[in-house]
Design a protein. Structure first.
Length: 265
């Protein structure tokens, strides 16, 4: 029930938020992490009364949603857990330092166990509502990076994949990260020039060749700084090509934020 409601909220916001910035898109619906943040900020006395009422109303709606459909673990669907449940939290290993062309990669963990399960549900089980709880795993580095005023830029999907899935998971993450860190999101800054072969069966060298020149920056005006956002960094070939495309237009890429990364071969 909750998932259905949240998916509906995401779909609604997706339909009119593709081009606008993150502030106006309430992606992820009832994530308590993000709404409580907003609630804290919104209670300052100089906020207009209408806005305070809206925040209160959202709080009540969240409470009602919790009452009707309590939160579930994003890894195993266990009732009552927000984010990961106690069992799922344990297997997620901390990711070590990794850089791609001098750009640091921040990942919430290695692509394994409950984290991998949650990412698969997010991407393949039509669960765009998991964007907010998953993005919450990266809220600390996102907030730190947001101080430099970058735009959060998602790795784009091919048109076919987008049509098939109905949403770009990296764009949903970028929106959620921008929202949580009060930053900007530019969901359409990068464009995939051509459809690339499925990366899964290719080795590192083939992946690199497959991705060469696959992306371009299509905006007339570009941000000074960017944080690249993707769901999983595997060999880093995709992220590296995005970094090159951004750099070609003079954009300073501060970091790559990914939910998970695989161990490098
Ligand atoms: Zn769990």
């Amino acid at each position: 029930m909750r998932a259905i409601l949240e998916r509906q909220t995401v779909r609604n916001s997706l339909s009119n938020a593709e081009d606008c910035d993150a502030q106006s898109a309430r992606v992820g619906g009832g994530s308590s992490e993000f709404t409580s943040d907003e609630g804290g900020g919104a209670c300052r006395p100089n906020k207009p009364r209408l806005e305070r009422r809206a925040v209160k109303l959202i709080g009540v709606l969240d409470w009602l949603l919790d009452a009707i459909a309590p939160p579930r673990c994003i890894g195993c669907d266990m009732l009552g857990a927000r984010g990961f449940c106690v069992t799922c939290r344990a297997p997620a290993l901390p990711a070590g330092a990794l850089t791609l062309d001098g750009v640091p990669v921040f990942a919430a963990g290695l692509y394994a166990g409950a984290l991998a399960a949650a990412i698969r549900r997010f991407k393949y089980d039509s669960r765009p509502d998991l964007a907010a709880p998953l993005a919450a795993l990266l809220s600390q580095p996102a907030r730190d990076l947001a101080r430099a005023g970058p735009s959060f830029v998602p790795v784009p999907l091919s048109a076919e994949r987008l049509a098939e899935r109905g949403y770009n998971q990296a764009a949903l993450l970028a929106r959620a990260l921008a929202k949580a860190s009060r930053g900007r999101v530019e969901p359409r800054l990068l464009r995939r020039l051509r459809s690339t072969r499925q990366q899964a069966r290719l080795d590192a060298r083939e992946r690199r060749e497959n991705m060469l020149g696959a992306f371009t920056v299509r905006a007339a005006r570009v941000p000074e700084r960017a944080v690249l956002v993707d769901d999983v960094v595997t060999t880093g070939a995709t992220a590296e090509e995005c970094i090159h495309a951004l750099r070609e237009r003079g954009v300073d890429v501060l970091a790559v934020l990914a939910l998970a990364r695989t161990e490098r071969e």
